[in-house]
Design a protein around this ligand. Structure first.
Ligand code: KIV
Ligand code: ZN
Length: 563
């Protein structure tokens, strides 16, 4: 690459002695305007047809967007036809305003008025380029020249509006000094003030001044300075709603919008998932859900984000990346073991503490809030730790493994991920659990058994176990008593080869698989060398499950030690 300073002219930030925006907080959502059907559409390899546009329009309405830029009706027949279909087909709810875009050119303005005939609520959006670069290389004019283009358009629009207003249309205006970010701020103020006056905006009938980062060419803090400066210098500030229209060329569109709002803007034009020219427009979903996770209601509904994603992918033929915030396939997945442990602990903490707030590390949003499944939060690969496998067993299959067992099972899973060299799906993790624990029924196997139980006059219970066990091909009888089934069984196998194990702990719970409910018992034994062995038994009989668990632990040890 050529030395950067020999090729690129750096952005020159405004000189600001003081700035107020860094101390502000976002406490309310902006007015949202979707530009999916215009800016998003014009950036597609295959622009949407009328049916696709209609489907996306209805999706935006369902999300709760109240201002929707529906097209550039003077640009093509399809655009024109779509707007007529919306109006004549009665598709626009009464609380939704459609917005139409037009260049500041007479014949296009006239055509645009034809397109909106009969609509109830309309924002008439006109624009011309104002930046230093565009004036120099495209329009060969000065600030006075671009101001004249804007003012002439404003006067014509004002004049042509009257019949529509007289016919009952609620008509508002929007002006964009296109490429605002690269315009000298005093010039931007001068042009916008001239437009306010020419169009006759008042505090009761405000114009929307939309300040686009048509091409994002500076850091978001410099942009926020521009917005704060612009607002403070605009003589008729009270006659305008300040709107942002960030693109994402530096990958900072969301930050630009957020800081621009801190600096005093009140409205944002955005698209779903950031579709739009080049690197896209700012992503409405990320902006809204960023607010939501800070405790601010965005007044947009993304509770079924997968459905919105499906419509988006269908009509735009674009693909959403796996790491796209809030919606990407992998964004609710933790691969790292320490992250999985922390998520596991956070989920447990939430259950046990009954907290009303979302307090799970590594997940900035509850996946359920956007209609995502809980199960795939954790995926298991060779980077995963002990907690992750236990989490999958609990959340996907209902097995609540005792904590002491997590490292052992985690190790089993890790060996397998290393062996296969890829991520393990929950079903594969369950298979490992079943093979290693539940199916550890050889060489010791329970063939027959019976319990006798009585309670003495002091209320103590006494249990006698009698059973037939098989070791390889040999059957043998055992019998023992104790204060419960486990104690009785353990005493029964005393004196057999199995008595090198000490009973440490056990845990049992019911588990429902389909319509079938069973008891599952986790047994923790220790061998004579102090090594821990875990076993798992399942049975419809709650007394039998732990005994199967004991045999499972013993079998695992015996098979491992070759005894
Ligand atoms: O990016 C832009 O500047 C635009 C304008 C037409 C608003 O899309
Ligand atoms: Zn744009």
């Amino acid at each position: 690459m050529k030395p950067a300073q020999e090729k690129y002219i750096p952005f020159v930030p405004l000189k600001m002695e003081r700035r107020a925006w860094p101390d502000k907080e976002l406490k309310a959502p902006p007015i949202w305007c979707s530009v999916d059907l215009r800016d998003g559409n014009q950036a597609l390899i295959d622009p949407m047809n009328v049916e696709e546009k209609l489907e996306l329009f209805h999706t935006l309405v369902d999300i709760g967007v109240k201002e929707i830029e529906v097209g550039f009706p003077s640009a093509s027949e399809t655009e024109y036809e779509f707007i007529r279909t919306l109006i004549e087909g009665g598709h626009i709810p009464d609380d939704v305003t459609i917005q139409v875009l037009v260049q500041a050119r007479e014949h296009l303005i006239r055509k645009t008025f034809e397109a909106i005939d009969g609509a109830k609520h309309v924002i008439f959006h006109f624009y011309n380029s104002t930046s230093t670069l565009q004036r120099k290389v495209v329009f060969h004019t000065d600030v006075a020249g671009v101001t004249k283009i804007a003012v002439d358009a404003a006067q014509l629009i004002r004049e042509l509006s009257q019949p529509a207003i007289d016919a009952g249309m609620d008509l508002r205006y929007e002006y964009s000094p296109e490429s605002f970010m690269g315009t000298e701020m005093d010039a931007a103020v001068e042009i916008c003030q001239a437009v306010i006056e020419a169009i006759g905006a008042t505090p009761d009938h405000k114009i929307i001044l939309n300040l686009p980062t048509t091409v994002e060419n500076c850091m978001p803090n410099y942009f926020a300075d521009e917005i704060e400066y612009f607002i403070s210098k605009l003589p008729s500030r009270e006659c305008a709603i300040i709107s942002l229209h960030p693109h994402n060329d530096r990958g900072e569109g969301v930050a630009t919008a957020e800081m621009g709002l801190l600096a005093g803007a009140e409205r944002v034009e955005a698209t779903l998932f950031g579709n739009g020219e080049r690197t896209g427009n700012v992503d409405m979903v990320t902006l809204a859900l960023n607010l939501y996770t800070q405790g601010v209601d965005p007044k947009l509904d993304f509770s079924n984000i997968n459905k919105i994603r499906d419509v988006y992918e269908k009509v735009t033929k674009m693909k959403i990346g796996e790491r796209q915030p809030y919606v990407g396939e992998l964004v609710f997945t933790a691969f790292s073991g320490s992250h999985q442990d922390a998520i596991n602990k956070g989920t447990r903490y939430m259950e046990e503490s009954g907290t009303e707030y979302w307090e799970v590390p590594y997940l900035p949003i509850d996946p359920a809030d956007v209609g995502r499944q809980y199960e795939p939060i954790i995926r298991i690969n060779s980077q995963s730790g002990k907690g992750g496998s236990a989490f999958v067993m609990q959340h996907s299959f209902g097995f609540d493994l005792p904590k002491a067992m997590h490292p052992e099972f985690g190790h089993i899973v890790q060996v397998e991920t290393d062996r296969v060299g890829k991520e393990l799906k929950p079903e594969a993790i369950y298979d490992l659990f079943k093979t290693h624990y539940i199916d550890a029924t050889k060489p010791y196997e329970m063939v027959r058994h019976s319990f006798a139980e009585f309670t003495d006059e002091e209320g103590h219970s006494h249990v006698t176990f009698a059973g037939t066990l098989r070791h390889a091909d040999t059957l043998f009888q055992v019998q023992g008593s104790g204060n419960g089934p486990i104690d009785a069984f353990f005493n029964a196998i005393h004196g057999q080869k199995m008595d090198r194990f000490t009973f440490i702990d056990y845990k049992e719970h019911a588990i429902k698989q389909g319509s079938d409910s069973q008891a599952v018992a986790y047994i923790h034994l220790q061998d004579e060398k102090g090594k821990d062995w875990f076993g798992v038994g399942m049975s419809h009989n709650i007394n039998l499950a732990p005994l199967k668990g004991i045999l499972s632990a013993i079998n695992r040890a015996v098979n491992h030690d070759g005894l």
